[in-house]
Write a protein that binds this ligand. Structure first.
Ligand code: IDP
Ligand code: MG
Length: 139
């Protein structure tokens, strides 16, 4: 179904802090079905490719070192209106601006170490899911 899919990462800061369970619980309570899930550590090349659109941004090299600094959880999420509803559930990129009750407000440490990723469009969700998951790993 169009518009029903998004992709998330629980970033290294949140995994290190022991927030995997609480964040997955927020995702479930937000009405999302988890249809793919794994724990892994990105290589430098993978992180550079995943964040390729940000290559020219001043925060790019810091972002890539942060994202490769430890294990992450990657997940495929399904819900009607998934992209917009998940962006609302996670809150603003800068946790200081994130609304009360959002995942970033509760768990993020900074603008860079902001606990979670959420896809920004249907097109990018499909690309990001395919980057991490084989068809046999999706349910
Ligand atoms: P998003 O994750 O809310 O979609 P993007 O603009 O796509 O935000 O940026 C990707 C990631 O890059 C952010 O989640 C954050 O980890 C990092 N980032 C974005 N802007 C900054 C910044 O100004 N300083 C440091 N890190 C940043
Ligand atoms: Mg983004």
């Amino acid at each position: 179904m169009s518009g029903s899919l998004t992709f998330t990462i629980i970033k290294p800061d949140a995994v290190k802090s022991g927030y995997i369970g609480e964040i997955l619980s927020c995702i479930n309570k937000g009405g999302f079905k988890i249809s793919g899930l794994k724990l892994l550590q990105l290589t430098l090349a993978e992180a550079e490719a995943f964040y390729g659109v940000h290559r020219e941004r001043p925060f790019f090299s810091g972002l890539v070192s942060f994202m490769t600094s430890g294990p992450i959880v990657v997940a495929v999420l399904e819900k009607e209106n998934a992209i917009n509803d998940f962006r609302a559930l996670i809150g603003s990129t800068n946790p200081e601006e994130a609304a009360e009750g959002t995942i970033r407000k509760q768990f993020a440490k900074s603008m860079q170490q902001n606990a979670v990723h959420g896809s920004d469009s249907d097109e990018n969700a499909a690309i990001e899911v395919a980057f991490f998951f084989a068809t046999s790993e999706r349910f």
